[in-house]
Design a protein around this ligand. Structure first.
Ligand SMILES: *[C@@H]1O[C@H](CO)[C@@H](O)[C@H](O)[C@H]1NC(C)=O
Ligand SMILES: *[C@@H]1O[C@H](CO)[C@@H](O)[C@H](O)[C@H]1NC(C)=O
Length: 270
């Protein structure tokens, strides 16, 4: 898990062999990340996520070479993100997406599940070079992902946002998104490393937050913006899974929302 190119939650019995997950030695060490990640994953369902902590009181903890972290005031950084023109993660909205809600969609365990372990029924096999050696990554598509993406592309401005590395996630997305549903792709370097997790900070996208949604199996990814989240169960290999299909009516409703907070609140209400 540490230094893995693929950022994913793991089932206990399907750990990636760590040797194949290594990236360059100079990559940031994050010794506590796994436990924190796991703790978040196990304990926080989106519904239970506490009300958005005011991010300004938070700290940003970027990793250093030797495993120590430096504290920065997040507000300072946010201030800079907003003050310096051209620092948004996303390009301008294209004419065809004007007025649409932006949906940030996660890759691993949301749309696909990947493994270094050879499987006979892989939908894609993607070669990824790690330290001069080419490894094959075996990718399974979540059931109904094609239909899901097609419809999502009609309803929303869709953006892929993954904490995995581009050298893995980019070729996988090329194969997955044949129709070009994703207007933009964001990878690990666009995440904020916060308390051992890669967080997708929606305020950096350059879109109105009340017109932004995030679909992610990991609540840690949207810990800064739980009220923008559409949670989805982690997927590994269940061929009977219908989660994506079941989410489509929810997204149909959300696509009409003037304000995603009000609509999500309404949808969450019992
Ligand atoms: C290693 O950590 C110490 C703090 O414990 C810090 O002062 C030092 O700059 C760090 N070195 C590197 C190379 O990051
Ligand atoms: C959404 O947020 C923008 C500012 O980012 C604000 O101007 C607008 O009134 C908000 N819309 C709704 C429906 O709350």
């Amino acid at each position: 898990m540490e230094s893995s190119i693929i950022t994913q939650v793991q089932k206990e019995d399907t750990q990636l062999p760590s040797k194949t997950g290594q990236v360059k030695k100079s990559s940031p060490k994050k010794p506590r990340s796994r436990n924190i990640f796991k703790a978040l994953f196990c304990c926080l369902r989106a519904q239970d996520v506490p009300q958005t902590p005011p991010p300004s009181q938070d700290t940003l903890l970027p990793p250093e070479e030797n495993g120590t972290v430096t504290k920065y005031d997040l507000q300072t950084l946010r201030y800079q993100f907003f003050q310096i023109p051209g620092t948004s993660l996303l390009p301008e909205v294209t004419p065809q997406d004007q007025g649409k809600i932006c949906v940030v969609i996660d890759l691993d365990e949301t749309l696909v599940h990947s493994s270094f372990k050879p499987i006979s029924n892989a939908d894609f096999i993607v070669p990824v070079e790690i330290e001069g050696t080419t490894h094959q990554v075996y990718v399974l598509k979540r059931p109904h992902v094609d239909e899901f993406l097609r419809r999502m592309g009609e309803l929303f401005e869709c953006v892929l946002f993954t904490a995995s590395l581009a050298k893995y996630a980019d070729p996988v997305t090329d194969l997955l998104d044949q129709c070009g549903v994703f207007r933009a792709r964001l990878f690990r370097e666009s995440c904020v490393f916060h308390q051992g997790c890669y967080v997708k900070d929606l305020s950096r996208l350059g879109r109105q937050l009340n017109k932004t949604l995030i679909l992610d199996n990991s609540p840690a990814s949207y810990i800064f913006h739980p009220e923008n989240a559409v949670p989805v169960a982690s997927w590994f290999d269940d061929v009977e899974d219908t989660e994506l299909l079941n989410l489509l009516p929810v997204f149909e409703e959300l696509s009409e929302a003037e304000d995603v907070y009000a609509k999500l609140k309404q949808l969450r209400a019992p």
